[in-house]
Structures are given as C-alpha cells and as structure tokens.
Design a binder for this molecule. Structure first.
Ligand SMILES: Nc1nc2c(ncn2[C@@H]2O[C@H](COP(=O)(O)OP(=O)(O)OP(=O)(O)O)[C@@H](O)[C@H]2O)c(=O)[nH]1
Ligand SMILES: [Mg+2]
Length: 287
C-alpha cells in the first residue's frame, strides 16, 4: 500500500540576493526518523533570513513507526512551518527526493540531508551563483574552502568516483556525488530521472550537463553523521553509480577518454593481428 499525505502548505521567500527575490525549496529526505532533524531545521531557521525557504520533509515510514513519526511531524510543522510528505512502505533516497521536488514550489530546489551533514550557511552562495547564471550549483568538498569532517573509506571512494568522472568526462563538477546541490526548477522540469537511490544527484548533474545547462560549484564542508544509522550500502550502490560513469563517458567524453579508447583499440587490433594463425611461423606481424 502506498500512502502519501500532504500537510501544511507554506511557501516563503529567501532573503533577496538581488532586486528580484528567488524562491527556494529545501527538500529533506528522512527514513523513519533522524535524531538531528530538529538541529537541521533550527540551523535553517537561524541561518536563512526571515521569511525562510519552503521546507519539504519527505518521510519514508515503516508502518509500525507511523504513530511516532506523525506526532513528530505535527510538532515540527507547528514549530518550523515545514511541509511534510509521508510515504508508507516505500523506500529510496532518489525516489524520496523526486517526491519532494514534485511537491515543492520554489524556483530553486536544494536537497539537504536530515542528519546534519550539509553546510546550510553555503546556500546564499549557491543562490548568488544561480542569480549570476548557473543552472546547477554543487556544494563542493574538494575545492579550497570545502572539506570533510569525519573522513571514512566511503568518503574516499566517493572522492575517487568524482575523480574518475572528471577523467573520463567533461563534466565541470569536482564533486558530482555530493547530494547538496542547488537546481534551477527548469532543470528538474526538463530532465527525466530514473535513479531511485543515492545516485539521483549524479544522474541530475550529468544529464543537466548533457542538456547544456551551466554547472557551477561553491566550497562546502560536509560533516559525517554523528547520530543514527547510515542507509548507504556500498555494494548495492556500485552498479547504480557505475552506470552514470558510462553515461557520462558516452555523452560527454573527455579528450583523455577518447585518446585512451583510440590507443587501447589500436593496441588490441595489433595484438589480434600478431596472434593470427600462421603469422608466428612466418615471423609475425613485424617480422
Ligand atoms: N525518505 C527517505 N529518506 C532516506 C532514505 N534513505 C536515506 N534517507 C535520508 O537521506 C539522508 C542521507 O542518508 P544517509 O543514510 O545519511 O546516507 P549517507 O549520508 O550517504 O550516509 P552517512 O555517511 O552515514 O551519513 C538522511 O537524511 C536519511 O534519513 C529513503 O529510503 N527514504
Ligand atoms: Mg548522511
């Protein structure tokens, strides 16, 4: 059974960064409960000017926890004027974000993790880039001013993934795997996405670049979760993330990738010719 509830409908405007204010929606995905969700909402409230952005929290809830989650929702809606979407028996980080995007109204949409890992103070910088013409602005951990607090093997693999993406494609983004990105609504409306899991933001960024949207970056510090349980399963995600590398290589190949493919293909062809039956007896291809 799938149940979707829509609660308080609040749309606010972020502090104008130019003469024409940009409306912003923050999408917070939550699997059952996140201990630090209140801290994130407090930080949003204190960092972003009054009136703040539209905040859409997308809960995926196991039926046994519905009662507890609903009372938390009522409290948070009253205290922070959030909008919450509740899905029963549904899962998936990507599908939760999609649900949130669909139920938001801001001109700029920004996924924010509910475990207090994203740097809310960076949002005005993201908006300034959008106003300067960018369509997607990535929070980047790998540029001066950015960083990771609480480095783990997963973070190192994530960095390696972003490096691999840069080597094989022309994607102008050093931190493609970070979910903390600002998207102009038009980008979301014009891109068909299919990722149901954590690779959603990679898909959005790669497809946006393929469609010619402008990608920009701002430094952001990402803090590893200090409470609760991670939902990220490394081996399950390998094929999810792998396919976007292939997609990027096919649609936005880098010069390095094209040269490597050409040289590799030529080397294989030479090897194949050398090992043709009869060649060896007559001295081989060069002999
Ligand atoms: N609605 C919904 N939210 C999810 C789902 N999976 C993860 N989330 C939320 O998405 C955010 C990121 O998930 P995490 O488990 O922290 O993933 P991660 O950041 O890669 O892992 P950590 O390194 O442990 O922080 C958190 O706010 C989760 O509650 C899901 O299936 N549905
Ligand atoms: Mg996390």
């Amino acid at each position: 059974m799938i149940s979707v509830e829509y609660r308080a409908n609040v749309c606010c405007k972020l502090r104008p960064v130019s003469a024409r204010p940009v409306t912003v929606s923050l999408i917070l995905p939550v699997l059952n409960r996140e201990e630090r969700l209140v801290d994130v909402l407090e930080q949003i409230q204190s960092t972003l000017a009054d009136p703040g952005p539209e905040v859409v929290v997308v809960y995926d809830v196991t039926p046994g926890l519905l009662g507890a989650v609903q009372s938390e929702q009522r409290e948070l809606e009253e205290r922070f004027a959030i909008r919450s979407v509740t899905r029963l028996n549904q899962r998936g980080f990507g599908s939760a974000l999609r649900e949130g995007f669909q139920n938001s109204s801001g001109q700029v949409i920004i996924p924010v993790m509910a475990d207090y890992s994203d740097d809310i103070a960076v949002i005005p910088d993201m908006l300034a880039k959008i106003e300067a013409g960018a369509d997607v602005v990535a929070g980047c951990r790998y540029m001066p001013g950015g960083g990771i607090v609480g480095d783990t093997i997963k973070q190192r693999l994530s960095r390696l993934y972003s490096k691999a993406m840069q080597m094989i494609s022309r994607l102008p983004c050093q931190d493609v795997s970070n979910s903390f990105k600002a998207y102009r609504r038009e980008v979301w409306e014009n891109i068909a996405t299919e990722a149901r899991s954590f690779d959603f933001s990679v898909e959005m960024t790669v497809k946006a670049a393929v469609r010619g949207y402008r990608i920009s970056e701002v430094p952001a510090v990402w803090t590893n979760r200090q409470a609760g349980r991670s939902q990220f399963r490394m081996f399950r995600e390998l094929s999810n993330y792998g396919r976007w590398l292939l997609y990027a290589a096919a649609h936005l190949p880098s010069r390095f990738f094209l040269v490597s493919i050409t040289v590799g293909t030529a080397a294989l062809a030479l090897l194949a010719l050398r090992s043709r039956p009869g060649r060896g007896r007559r001295g081989g291809f060069f002999g």
